[in-house]
Design a protein around this ligand. Structure first.
Ligand SMILES: Nc1ncnc2c1ncn2[C@@H]1O[C@H](COP(=O)(O)OP(=O)(O)OP(=O)(O)O)[C@@H](O)[C@H]1O
Ligand SMILES: [Mg+2]
Length: 259
């Protein structure tokens, strides 16, 4: 029997009403995401990636189609979710541990039970020793690690990441990608990861969803059949084949000029 998907998008579309008329952000997006699956979205700027993520989280309404998460229709903000945005949003007067524990406090969960979880995540993302530093004492990459810990501490079944490494330099991006992979392999959350980076998508995902320019539609979904852990210093030739294939799609759509 086929598995029922954890996240299901059926012909989902979004039209924004703005002062100067309507903007069709995405159209006809249909996709099933299995529980424990890691799906990456790549697509040009403005093709509706953030919109799709917000609609899955219930933070933005969809104007056509249906979205279900865990068998329930999404018609309000989801609570069983961890979200990482492009910019780490941290409270400056709270230290690292207290920023991670904010999630636990807001949800009125048991502090004593979740503090060891928070400490474990802090260690797993390379922040051990920084538990009592304030956000302004951290680098951009470290701040983003804190927001990843905060998104995971309450053990949500679903993790949504909107270009979480977008504001970081290339080296830090690579390091955090490895952290994400390690934490994901341990927790196996159903993950939806939005990125502009083709190699990052191939590195992390079970499947890569390639979007067209606005209104964003799914052009192709690519299964990434590479064993984990995937190591940046030991990538098999197939890694490059996948990346080149995706670049070819964007080239054909006029999104990437190669010459
Ligand atoms: N709240 C809003 N009101 C009106 N239009 C919006 C709103 N949010 C997004 N849009 C429009 O919808 C389109 C898709 O935006 P979205 O942010 O989803 O794209 P994106 O793929 O995430 O882009 P980027 O890669 O640059 O982050 C854009 O044309 C944008 O201007
Ligand atoms: Mg976006």
């Amino acid at each position: 029997m086929p598995e029922t998907p954890y996240i299901r998008l059926e012909n989902v579309g979004k039209v924004y009403d703005t002062r100067n008329g309507t903007v069709e952000a995405c159209a006809d997006v249909s996709l099933d995401i299995r529980e424990h699956e890691f799906v990456a979205f790549v697509g040009p700027s403005g093709c509706g990636k953030t919109t799709i993520m917000k609609m899955v989280a219930g933070l933005q309404s969809h104007t056509s189609g249906t979205i279900t998460v865990g068998g329930r229709k999404v018609d309000r903000p989801q609570t069983d979710v961890g979200i990482v945005f492009q910019e780490a949003i941290l409270l400056d007067w709270r230290d690292v541990l207290a920023n991670v524990m904010l999630q636990v406090e807001i949800r009125k969960l048991d502090r004593a039970k979740f503090e060891p979880v928070a400490r474990h995540l802090i260690e797993a993302t390379g922040l051990k020793g920084f538990e009592h530093k304030k956000p302004y004492e951290l680098s951009g990459g470290m701040r983003q690690r804190v927001s990843i810990c905060r998104a995971l501490v309450h053990d949500p079944p679903m993790l949504l990441m909107d270009e979480p490494f977008g504001a970081l330099d290339a080296l830090t991006r690579e390091q955090i990608s490895m952290d994400i992979q390690r934490v994901w392999m341990e927790k196996r959350k159903t993950a939806l990861h939005i990125t502009h980076s083709i190699p990052e998508a191939v590195l992390l995902a079970d499947r890569v969803v390639v979007m067209s320019p606005r209104p964003g539609r799914i052009v192709e979904i690519i299964d990434i059949d590479l064993p984990r852990p995937r190591r940046l210093d030991q990538l098999p030739p197939r890694f490059n084949d996948y990346a080149q294939h995706i670049r070819g799609i964007f080239k054909a759509k006029g999104v990437l000029a190669m010459d």
